[in-house]
Ligand binder design. Structure first.
Ligand SMILES: Nc1ncnc2c1ncn2[C@@H]1O[C@H](COP(=O)(O)OP(=O)(O)OP(=O)(O)O)[C@@H](O)[C@H]1O
Ligand SMILES: [Mg+2]
Length: 212
């Protein structure tokens, strides 16, 4: 179980971002993509998460090639199996913090929150903010909220682009702990990071070559 990519190539605006990348990331592991700014980490992560179609090469999910997947099939995979923690973390500003974790509300539009969601919010230090609008959170708080949501969903594949980038040391540590825990409970965690602390917690570190 896990995810692999074979001979991926992406060209953007006439520039080769990467030409032949093959990697494999196992369920139960944290795989860290590292390398200098601009080397293509975010682009590669987008390909692995099926957000961006490479110009050539294949992404294989749990042994199944995704090359012929329809956009509907891909959307189902995003919905059922994948979670993304991106720097702008997909937080819905006009909803409260609790909703941003559970994505569930009752008939009257009130956020549905359960113990699991509260637990996650506690883990990222946001439990006392549950009824506040996400719009008022700081950048780092939004990032932690994005992580709480990804982990709450127990996704099999977690894609995290610089998940510790706007955080202080204590929160960097707790986010690394959470990603570690997600992997230890069976998720395939793939992260692009400049954070040596997070890379040190990874089972595998893949260094991308600087863009030529
Ligand atoms: N849509 C696009 N059009 C043109 N160039 C692009 C596009 N998307 C990415 N690039 C270029 O591809 C290169 C790799 O970008 P990418 O965001 O993957 O790097 P990165 O390794 O994640 O960098 P950072 O560490 O700064 O986040 C950059 O030079 C970027 O300008
Ligand atoms: Mg990036």
């Amino acid at each position: 179980m896990g995810l692999s990519a074979e001979n991926l190539a992406v060209t953007r605006a006439g520039r080769h971002i990467f030409t032949d990348v093959s990697i494999s990331a196992e369920a139960g592991d944290i795989t860290a993509l590292v390398g200098p700014s601009g080397c293509g980490k975010t682009t590669l992560l987008s390909c692995l998460g099926l957000l961006l179609r490479p110009d050539s090469g294949t992404v294989v999910v749990d042994g199944v090639s995704t090359q012929k997947w329809s956009s509907r099939r891909v959307a189902r995979w995003w919905h059922e199996d994948a979670a993304f923690v991106y720097q702008d973390s997909g937080v819905i500003d006009e909803k409260d913090v609790g909703y941003n974790v559970t994505l569930a509300s009752n008939l009257w539009g009130r956020t549905k929150i359960d113990d699991g969601a509260l637990d996650m919010l506690k883990n990222v230090g946001l439990a006392d903010r549950v009824r506040e609008k996400a719009a008022v959170l700081s950048g780092g708080e939004k990032q932690r909220l994005g992580i709480a949501r990804a982990l709450y969903r127990r996704a099999s594949f977690i894609f995290a682009d610089e998940p510790t980038a706007s955080l202080d040391a204590a929160n960097r540590q707790s986010v690394s702990d959470l990603l570690r825990r997600a992997a230890d409970t069976g998720a395939c965690v793939i992260t692009a990071t400049h954070d040596d602390g997070l890379a040190a917690r990874a089972d595998r570190v893949i260094a991308l070559a600087p863009a030529s």
